[in-house]
Design a protein around this ligand. Structure first.
Ligand SMILES: Nc1nc2c(ncn2[C@@H]2O[C@H](COP(=O)(O)OP(=O)(O)OP(=O)(O)O)[C@@H](O)[C@H]2O)c(=O)[nH]1
Length: 216
């Protein structure tokens, strides 16, 4: 953090087609990441996107702090045509390259709200986060639920959804101090969504005293 600017470093993890790139684009307010429907994995390589300077999120000693967000998009894990070992090595190298010195503030585990969180498939991305972030992963991970509008359409409020969640999800949320965010993709509310998601993320990072994880 310099006197009046902070750069927040985020990395997206999750299963194929969970909505990682789309969430990254919402966070950045851009279309930097390649995001579309496919019956296979779209993202093949890690890539870093940077937002413009954002105002109105933070103040310190009465002075406005300008926020910039950097997001690392990663291939789905498991992937439809890359081995798990390959993806792991690729993400490890990208974390070191982009956040090796500056550090990572938060890993976002991207999970579709309309897909139950259970079984082996759900646990792979968590295992990847644990392996790459090490013991402190619990302090630097949040779940980002995409497709939350489907949950809303089915008549669930966020707390009701979480109350009825699978044991695996409840156990994960307990480990990460219940850090989770719901992303609703509907109509013309994308900018409003972006602000809400960024507010939550900055809250988590502030609660963590801006601590980062570095990579050697
Ligand atoms: N309705 C809805 N669609 C979404 C949401 N998030 C993503 N999508 C759609 O889901 C599809 C996959 O999104 P991506 O962002 O490409 O997902 P990804 O996880 O990056 O996919 P891979 O790179 O294949 O692993 C796209 O058609 C997105 O438009 C959401 O919150 N709601």
């Amino acid at each position: 953090m310099t006197n009046n600017k902070i750069v927040i470093n985020l990395a997206l993890f999750g299963r194929t087609q969970s909505g990682k790139s789309s969430a990254g684009n919402i966070l950045l307010g851009s279309t930097d990441f390649h995001s579309h429907f496919a019956p296979c994995s779209v993202t093949q390589e890690c890539s870093l996107g940077r937002s413009c300077h954002l105002h109105g999120f933070m103040r310190r000693a009465g002075q406005e702090i300008i926020l910039q967000v950097q997001v690392l998009d990663t291939p789905g894990y498991p992937h439809s045509n890359l081995s798990m070992q390959h993806v792991k090595q690729q993400v490890k190298a990208a974390l070191k390259h982009h956040f090796g010195q500056e550090g990572l503030h938060l890993a976002l585990l991207v999970q579709r709200a309309d897909v139950p969180f259970c079984g082996q498939e759900a646990s792979y991305p968590i295992q990847l986060i644990q392996e790459l972030l090490g013991d402190a992963w619990k302090n630097h991970t949040a779940v980002l639920f995409t497709h939350a509008e489907k949950m809303e359409e089915a008549g669930f409020k966020e707390n009701e959804y979480l109350c009825q969640a699978s044991d695996t999800l409840l156990c994960l949320l307990t480990s990460i101090q219940h850090r989770c965010i719901f992303q609703y993709k509907k109509g013309n509310f994308i900018n409003e969504q972006r602000m809400k998601i960024l507010e939550k993320i900055t809250e988590f990072i502030k609660d963590n005293n801006f601590q980062v994880l570095t990579f050697k």
